[in-house]
Design a protein around this ligand. Sequence first.
Ligand code: PLP
Length: 362
Amino acid sequence: VCGEGVYNFAAGPATLPPEVLERARASLSDWQGLGYSLLEAPFTGDEFKALMDITRLQVKTALAVPDRYQVIFLQGGASAQFSLVPLNLLPPKATAGYVETGHWSARALEEGRRYGNSHLAASTRKSGFDRVPAVSEWALSDDIHYCHITPNETANGVQFPEDPDCGEIPLIADMTSEFLSRAVDIERYGMIYAGTQKNLGPTGLVIAIIREDLLGQARPETPTVFNYQTQIEHQNHINTPLMFGIYLVHLMLDWLEEQGGVSAIHPHNIVQSEALYRIIDEDDFFYCPVMPEYRSIMNVCFGTRDESHQQRFLAEAEAMGLMNLAGHSHAGGLRASLYNAQPDAAVAALASFMTSFRKRYG
Ligand code: PLP
C-alpha cells in the first residue's frame, strides 16, 4: 500500500487495497490455525487444496463461467502463454490468426510464429494503434484454428469496446490488464488467460479459463507442467503451485465481491478514466493517441503536445507523490493505470495536478 499522499499509477504490479495487504500479512504468522505461516504450509495439505478450490470457484462465480470451461492456475507469467497457447491448442500444421492492436498482441504473434502458421489477421500498426479493427476487417481463413486477441493493450491504452463475435472460430484472449474489471461474455471465447499482476496482485501467476473441447490436442513436446489438460487432471497439483500468489488472488476476489463484483467495479472504472480523458480532451495541451471509443478504462495513455513538458510533468508529479506515470518504454508518453483498486483520491489528485500543470505551462 502507498504511504500517506503517495499514489501509484504503475501498469503492474499495481496498487492493492490496504485491507487486502493487511489480511495477506496476517497469513504470514499463523495460517488457518496451523501454527505456521502460509509460506511454510505444504501444498498437498487439505488447507491449501481447499483454498485452490475456493479460489477457482470465486473466479467462476465472478465471471459467470459456464460449466464447460475449466479454470487453472499456471506459472511463468502471461508472456509464457504466448508459447503455451500454440503448444497446447495449435496442431503443427494448423493456422492461427492474430489481431495486432498494440505492443502485447505483437509480442504474442512474434512468439506464436515460432510454433507454426501464425499470421496477422488484422493490424492497426499503420495508424499508430489508435483503434480496434472491426471483426469484419479481420482476415480469417476457413481453416483457421483459433484467433488471438489482446482486448486491453496495456502499453497503448487501446481496449476492445465489446467481446467480439467470431462465430465458430475459437477466440483466445490475453486479458491480463482488464481481467475482472468488467463482465465478459465467456461463451464468445475458447480460452481467456491473464497474468494476475494488475487487478489481482501477484506476479508470475496466470489464470486461464479454457473451454473443455479445446483440450487434449497438446503437442507431445509440451512440458508436462505446462500441459493444460494434465494440470486439470491433477487438480493443478502436478508441481508446487504459486501458493502465496493464489492466496492473494483469493483475498482480492473476496475484496472484489465486497465491492459488488465486476458489475459494480466496471462503472466505477469508467468514471475514473473519464475524469482523466475529459482533462486530456479539454484543449490542445494534452493529447490521447487513441480514438475515443477504443480508449482503455484501465490504462490511460496520453502525452503533452509539447514533448519538452513531459519530463517536467513526471518530475513534478513524483514530487507530489503521483508515482509511475511514465508510458511504456515502447510507446513513450505518459500513462496512468487505473486498475480496480485505484482509489478515487488518487484520480482526483492526478486530475488536479494535470489541470494545474496545464495552467502553469500551457
Ligand atoms: N500481456 C499483457 C496484456 C500485459 O499487459 C503484460 C504485462 O504487462 C503481459 C502480457 C506480460 O506479462 P508477464 O510479464 O506476466 O509475462
